[in-house]
Design a protein around this ligand. Structure first.
Ligand code: N01
Length: 535
């Protein structure tokens, strides 16, 4: 007996999990196909990542003119961004605008976290259970659960006993958090920490940053968007989108197709300096071999560490902030005043690389026998990335096989879209697709459009089921691994590799090379869904 939580009829053609950018667009496309659709969303609003990550300073590291949908020219033209890099509240307003503009809310069930989903091979349907007792059935199930949506809380002894508030950047409260006059401890120095630390430092009486591994950051050089510039981009939007679609990460980075070692020291310095002054992620496109040759990467490292030493007054602190790993091996951070924040008298950097945080007490934190009294703890400790949100749902496919067991040694997908043994289950930006290495919006659109076209094809050709063949999936997994092995990506303990979560298998999860990936997806379709079994 099925029923949603209100007891209403709950049989759908398609159930979509998540009302972030992926889920919203998938719903829009499903409706266009005439499918009866329902989106299940854990939060009480749309926006996904941008709904949850409300920490101070949260903003996108892809420019706002690019971090937006491109499926609807009118939407593209009518929305006005205010800054070069949009702050979280503005991106959330944009997601809400999209939901309203396309009248999507009527098919979204909020505050409904999906607990389990099981496939019945006889009926060819999925049964989906929510935590509040709802049961829905559908032919197709799309997981639009996001890549960075399962917060990673470190297992530090005593965390639960801390008497003050503990905030995770990825599940930040909706109310304003005021740090004025407080002693604050931030654990972690990834993108979320690097964005929030300068703002927390301005409010807090004292800020202690507990750093295990330093990260590279390039200034955002953020500024209000000049209306003339915005008009100019909109007048030629297609050209910008087309340029971006041909880069390795789907961002208009102006890649310089030259080896870092093929130019003089002076030319190299000039290129790095120009990219530093311009700001943001395009720094990584300064030369074409930064992520494939250690000696090339060393030149970028020397430049960035030089900048850290220029900005930070205390040479010992600058040294502690200087990473030794490959630049870009972990996602490059994009900051505003991050390094300069360590020149403030109320900010202390605490190195926990050699002696991890020992314990948290009701009054603070202990490192190497020393107590740090704190009023508030901020966990900027990241996510169980790419697979976390998928595996939190108990997904059971054909013959009772579970996704968790199947992926015990690392995720296995074909094209990052589907996994063998789980018919009619699609993932938007799943592991094995370029996803987190790209501008997420175009990657999301490409996946949602691929899935919608596939559902149209199945209907047109009288098929009811699709799943990858094991052979195609195995080849794809090998291909994704081979690509990574030809780069420097596997050389550090990044979340791309699952290395940030204790016990998670060390497997490089995203596919490297956005344009080739898109072409491969198109080729698969042109060859009648090559590598898929249709039934
Ligand atoms: O998470 P992270 P994040 N003790 O995993 C440390 C996107 N994003 O939320 O490196 C001490 O990068 C951990 O240390 P280590 C973006 O793709 C985008 O910051 O594992 N420290 C690390 O320093 C980004 O890459 C934007 O040694 C501990 C930190 O916590 C991704 O999200 C903004 C620890 C976690 O860093 C994730 O970023 C924000 C422990 N027990 C995020 N456990 C923009 O668009 C963990 N750490 C700008």
């Amino acid at each position: 007996m099925t029923g949603d939580r209100d007891g209403a009829e709950a049989t759908f053609d398609i159930v979509i999990v998540g009302a972030g950018f992926g889920g919203l667009y998938m719903l829009h496309l499903a409706r266009k196909l005439g499918l009866k659709a329902r989106v299940l969303e854990a939060g009480d609003g749309v926006g996904g990542t941008w709904y949850w990550n409300r920490y101070p300073g949260a903003r996108c590291d892809v420019e706002s003119m690019e971090y937006s949908y491109q499926f609807c020219p009118e939407l593209e033209q009518e929305w006005e961004w205010t800054e070069r890099y949009a702050p979280q509240p503005e991106i959330l307003r944009y997601a809400n605008h999209v939901a309203d503009r396309f009248d999507l809310r009527g098919d979204i069930q909020f505050e409904s976290r999906v607990r389990a989903a099981a496939y019945d091979d006889e009926t060819g349907t999925w049964t989906i259970e929510t935590e509040d007792g709802g049961v829905l059935t559908s032919r197709y199930l799309v997981m639009a659960t996001g890549c960075l949506s399962s917060a990673n809380t470190p297992a530090i002894e005593g965390l639960a006993d801390f008497k003050g508030p503990v905030y995770h950047t990825g599940t930040w409260p909706h109310e304003d958090v005021d740090f004025t006059g407080l002693r604050v401890g931030v654990i972690g120095t990834g993108s979320s920490a690097i964005q929030s630390i300068p703002i927390i430092a301005e409010q807090a009486a004292e800020l202690f940053v507990f750093q295990r591994t330093p990260n590279y950051a390039v200034p955002a050089q953020n500024h209000p968007l000049d209306p003339d510039y915005q008009r100019e981009v909109k007048a030629h939007y297609g050209e910008l989108r087309a340029r971006a679609s041909q880069t390795r990460n789907g961002v208009d980075t102006h890649p310089n197709d030259v080896s870092a070692l093929a130019v003089s020291d002076e030319e190299r310095q000039t290129e790095y300096e120009a990219r530093w002054q311009n700001g943001g992620l395009p720094f990584m496109a300064a030369f074409n071999d930064l992520l494939v040759r250690q000696d090339a990467n060393d030149t970028a490292r020397a430049f960035l560490c030089g900048k850290i030493h220029e900005i930070v007054d205390d040479p010992a602190v600058a040294e502690l902030l200087s990473p030794t790993n490959v630049v870009g091996c972990k996602r490059l951070c994009v900051d505003t005043n991050y390094y300069a924040t360590y020149n403030r008298d109320n900010v202390t950097l605490v190195d926990v690389s050699q002696t991890p945080i020992e314990a948290i007490t009701p009054d603070g934190l202990i490192v190497d026998g020393r107590a740090y009294p704190l009023d508030v703890i901020v966990l900027a400790t990241g996510f169980d990335a790419m697979t976390g949100a998928l595996l939190k749902v108990a997904i059971q496919g054909r013959d009772g096989a579970t996704l968790k067991e199947k992926w015990a040694a690392g995720p296995r997908t074909y094209l990052g879209l589907m996994s063998a043994g789980f018919p009619n289950l699609f993932m938007i930006t799943g592991p094995g697709s370029p996803s987190v290495l790209t501008n997420m919006l175009p990657s999301i659109e490409q996946h949602a459009e691929w899935i919608a076209a596939c559902l149209g094809y199945l209907a047109e050709h009288g098929h009811e089921r699709i799943e990858p063949t094991l052979a195609a999936e195995n080849d794809w997994v090998d291909h994704v691994n081979d690509l990574a092995d030809h780069t420097l990506y596997p050389t550090c303990n990044s979340w791309y590799l699952g290395a940030n979560v204790p016990g998670k298998p060390r497997v490089f999860m995203p596919h490297i090379g956005y344009p080739t990936y898109v072409r491969r997806c198109e080729e698969v379709v042109a060859k009648g869904y090559e590598g898929f079994a249709l039934g």
